[in-house]
Design a binder for this molecule. Structure first.
Ligand SMILES: [Zn+2]
Length: 115
């Protein structure tokens, strides 16, 4: 008599939203808002005929002839590498420095947390 119609409409639409806004981190910004600029001073080298900026550590007076602010940051952050580490640097400033260096990564993690 009655034809058994066992068709259960499954409307399980699992929309995978994997479209995250790509955060472009411009690490090579020319702005001098970096914390590291407050820990050194620039010294012009004029002896070789052309202007060349050197960075001098305000703590241990170490001179960085090349590498720029990035090398100086490694000096302060005591990163492993060829850069000589600063030995007159106060831990408090070092802490801020590390926070500054890790800033981008930490922000990214926080964004993933509050989904
Ligand atoms: Zn130093």
């Amino acid at each position: 008599m009655s034809s058994h119609d066992g068709s259960t409409p499954s409307n399980d639409s699992s929309t995978a939203q994997s479209s995250q806004p790509s955060i472009s981190m411009s690490s090579g910004s020319r702005g001098r808002t970096d914390l590291a600029w407050g820990q050194c001073r620039e010294a012009l080298e004029l002896s070789v005929g052309y202007k060349k900026t050197k960075l001098v550590c305000l703590y241990c007076a170490k001179v960085f002839a090349g590498g720029g602010i990035n090398r100086f940051k490694q000096h302060l952050a005591r990163a492993n590498g060829e850069v000589e580490q600063c030995h007159k640097y106060s831990p408090d400033v070092l802490h801020q420095m590390l926070l500054n260096l890790k800033g981008n990564a930490a922000k990214k993690k926080e964004l993933e947390k509050c989904k």
